[in-house]
Design a binder for this molecule. Sequence first.
Ligand SMILES: Nc1ncnc2c1ncn2[C@@H]1O[C@H](COP(=O)(O)OP(=O)(O)OP(=O)(O)O)[C@@H](O)[C@H]1O
Ligand SMILES: [Mg+2]
Length: 613
Amino acid sequence: MPSRATTVNPAPMSDLNSAAQPGSLALMRRVFAEHGKKHVLAYVAAGVMMALGGAATATSAWLLKPILNKMVEGEAFKELRLLSWAVAGLFAARGLATFGAQALLARVGTRIVADVQNRLFNHLLRQDMRFFNERHSSEFMTRLAIAANGIRDSIQVVTTSLSRDSLTAAGLIGVMIYQDPMMAGIALLSLPVAALTLGRLIIKIRKYARRSFDGSTRILEIMQETVLGARIVKSFNLEPLMSRRMAVAVRDVERAANRMAIGAAIASPVSDVLAGLAIGGVIFYGSWRITIHGADAGSFFSFVAALLLAYEPCKRLARLNLDIQNALVSVRMIYEVLDRPAPEDGRAGMPRLDVSKGRIEFEDVRFSYRPGEPVLDGLDFIAEPSATTALVGPSGGGKSTIISLIQRFYEVDSGRVLIDGRDISAVDLHSLRDRIAFVSQDVFLFRGTIRENIELGKPGASESEIVAAAVKAHAHDFIETFSGGYDTNIGEQGAQLSGGQRQRIAIARAILKDAPIILLDEPTAALDSESEREVQKALDDLRVGRTTLIVAHRLQTIVNADRICVIENGKAVEYGAHADLMAREGTYRNFFSTQFGESFLRPDAVAAPASAG
Ligand SMILES: Nc1ncnc2c1ncn2[C@@H]1O[C@H](COP(=O)(O)OP(=O)(O)OP(=O)(O)O)[C@@H](O)[C@H]1O
Ligand SMILES: [Mg+2]
């Protein structure tokens, strides 16, 4: 049966919406080619069953003529009894056929939805960072959860209408024409009128379906931000604001749903009035024929039965386009995502990157997130193998961007990023990222336990490897204080942990990865001095024999680095060892004195903690 799931909730994807909209027919063809074809056997089987059901309906209407005429003529009761059994049998057959068809369609339908969901998600995984930066996660949720049904619905509406409804209607109309062609003509006149009226509703409903989907996305977005940002919502007393935002979104969806419901409901009075006229006309003409012309009553009743039975399937056929258009709103939204190029795909053929020393080099790199707003403006710098290079500089200078570019989250506008002399834009992306361990500025943890989160550094790692990594990251001790130990659930994005604990788990994850290149974006920012010293020790162990690039604000981290690179306005303005840079009395010295005060300018001020660490 045509599912109307999409009428309730059809979502927005900002720029994705502006994509040229293909025609409904082309879209339906594509849906069938991509998702219907695979299941063609099941659809044919369901179609046959529905056709059988339709034939049973038509036959039972047709049987009314002999039954009635025999009754009127006072035929043998035995023969009538046989006919009543036949009618009962036909209905049982119809029930069985309908059951078979529905069960089959439901199975195929859920299979299709599952396929679409997997396809959509796998496509998202191949999108680049730009794509994710520009969008809210709720956009994907509505598409994945709701719009995926549209593909199933569009196929099902078409197959059920074409097999069950059109065959049932054809059979019944056949009976009508057979019994009385003239009366059939009168009754069928109403069909084109109904189709025309309903066609007008389609455009309206399509608009509201889209609006309702946009509203649903907004609802998810507000919900998600309220939960994730619960602390800020409470601290800033944002409850009334959130409540208002939600009320607006909910009202939009409600309104759109009401408009759609009314639009769809108008179909009923329209077709009922038309049907009433047709049936009235038939009865008028039929009784005139029977009473004046002595026509047989059996044909008439058989005809009326066929007409009444044909009403529902005809009504569904008349609104077929309406239902298809409704499902296609969702289908369009799915294809808007699927038709986007997947930038992180199709590079499978690139040669693997084999990191030997791990020398990282930026060669006149220019990069901007937005056209005309350069973030890196001809950046040159080198991170030497087996050494730690600290990136320092003012906020917004481009340090995190450098870390992103090494992992090729973005492509550079010009210049090159080289690892061991190989341009990373010409190597296999997976092999590149496989050789890098990264601790981000804003630690991200996944839902699940501490163990699961650390294990992500090396899926399939043994218990002892996980514990060893946690020990090195100075996370083991606090993990052991939890009653659940490594099996402690950490809540969404690690909400049940302190900032410093989250950071140490992220470091353990990176340690477990055991990669030759280590990128640390302020890994100790959320730690107290005691923990920082501990983690610092861990990082010192980790750094041995690896290339480490560390974005640092802390005095200790900076002075411990072998080389320091000062990033300002997208350029490396100074580069060298701490002592040399201090001696130069340039940007670094300025930066250093404003950050840590003049007292640290004395060489002995940093020497003591450094040697302690
Ligand atoms: N995803 C993004 N889209 C657009 N602009 C961005 C994006 N990420 C960063 N920027 C901009 O690029 C510039 C450099 O940002 P970046 O994060 O590299 O700075 P940073 O040196 O790491 O600063 P901080 O010390 O505060 O972490 C900033 O002006 C920032 O606004
Ligand atoms: Mg940063």
